[in-house]
Ligand binder design. Structure first.
Ligand SMILES: C[S@@+](CC[C@H](N)C(=O)[O-])C[C@H]1O[C@@H](n2cnc3c(N)ncnc32)[C@H](O)[C@@H]1O
Length: 276
């Protein structure tokens, strides 16, 4: 039997996704919009938009004369994003439930900016998709990505999957940094300033630069479990009995505390570039 799709996993995060927003997705989305340098009136495409952390920030900057198209294949997250925009009185965002890999490319490019927060490394062929997304920008249009920096979340996520494996008897999934015969994991290809700027240049973007947003969140039980339930890690809970989930929560949180983790490192790399 096959597991849930990535869209199903992200839909299941919906009740918990926004508990993480004020501490991680929100500040990163604001920083991404700042760095990409939007102006009033700009037309922006936000891919892998989730509940709208960067789309709402962009909509505020571009104002009523500008517009944001926010795309994500998790309909429940887009529903939350739409509700948040309504509550904020933002009427310049067009929310779309769609697979980013299926967006048609256009050579004439209609957007002034393309942004993507913590989504690009989920794309099955990120080079091919980003190359195509670049064609949606007008010449000189700007692009910006937020991704995890360096070791961000490695010990946290590693501890989670180790405890899942202990609980279920299954092999833990390989860490992105494990040696493998296959191609490198997308996350490890773009996790430093040099790597992500080199990657953007190789895809044909110009003027690439990147900076690190240091985001450290105190390691509380509440935040740690929200981070599991409100992210792709939630997929590991699929099909588990509620008691197993409760036991896993206990051992995972105890392990983090026993390991002396005082903060969760959510450091974020913000990279920007332009279409030539
Ligand atoms: C970690 S979340 C980040 C969401 C949002 N950008 C933020 O910063 O809060 C990653 C998002 O990517 C979306 N996603 C992943 N692959 C996608 C695809 N091929 N098409 C559309 N959305 C995708 C997921 O549904 C999820 O909402």
């Amino acid at each position: 039997m096959s597991g849930p799709s990535l869209a199903d996993i992200f839909n299941s995060t919906s009740p918990d996704f926004d508990t993480v927003t004020p501490l991680v997705w929100g500040p990163a989305g604001e920083a991404l919009v700042d760095e990409v340098g939007l102006s009033p009136g700009d037309r922006v495409l936000d891919v892998c938009a989730g509940t709208g952390a960067s789309a709402l920030a962009a909509a505020r900057v571009v104002g009523p004369q500008g517009s944001v198209v926010a795309v994500d294949f998790a309909a429940d997250l887009i529903g939350r994003a739409r509700a948040a925009a309504d509550a904020a009185g933002l009427r310049n965002i067009d929310f779309r439930v769609d697979d980013v890999t299926a967006l048609p490319g256009r050579d004439d490019g209609g957007y002034d900016a393309l942004i993507c927060g913590f989504g690009v490394f989920f794309l099955p062929d990120m080079d091919d998709t980003v190359r195509r997304l670049l064609t949606l920008l007008r010449p000189g249009g700007r692009l910006g990505f937020a991704v995890w920096h360096g070791d961000a979340l490695y010990d946290f996520v590693g501890t989670f999957y180790t405890e899942v494996a202990r609980m279920t008897g299954a092999e833990p999934p390989p860490s992105p940094r494990d040696p493998s015969d296959g191609p490198p994991h997308p996350i490890t290809r773009i996790d430093t300033v040099d790597k992500i700027t080199g990657w953007l240049a190789a895809l044909g973007a110009v003027g690439a630069s990147a900076s690190v947003l240091t985001l450290r969140v105190p390691r509380t039980d509440e935040f740690s479990w929200s981070m599991v339930l409100g992210s792709g890690m939630r997929g590991a809970l699929h099909g588990m009995e509620p008691q197993t989930v409760a036991d896993l929560r206990d051992v995972f949180l105890r392990r983090l505390a026993d390991d002396g983790m005082s903060e969760v490192r959510c450091d974020t790399l913000i990279a920007t570039a332009r279409r030539p």
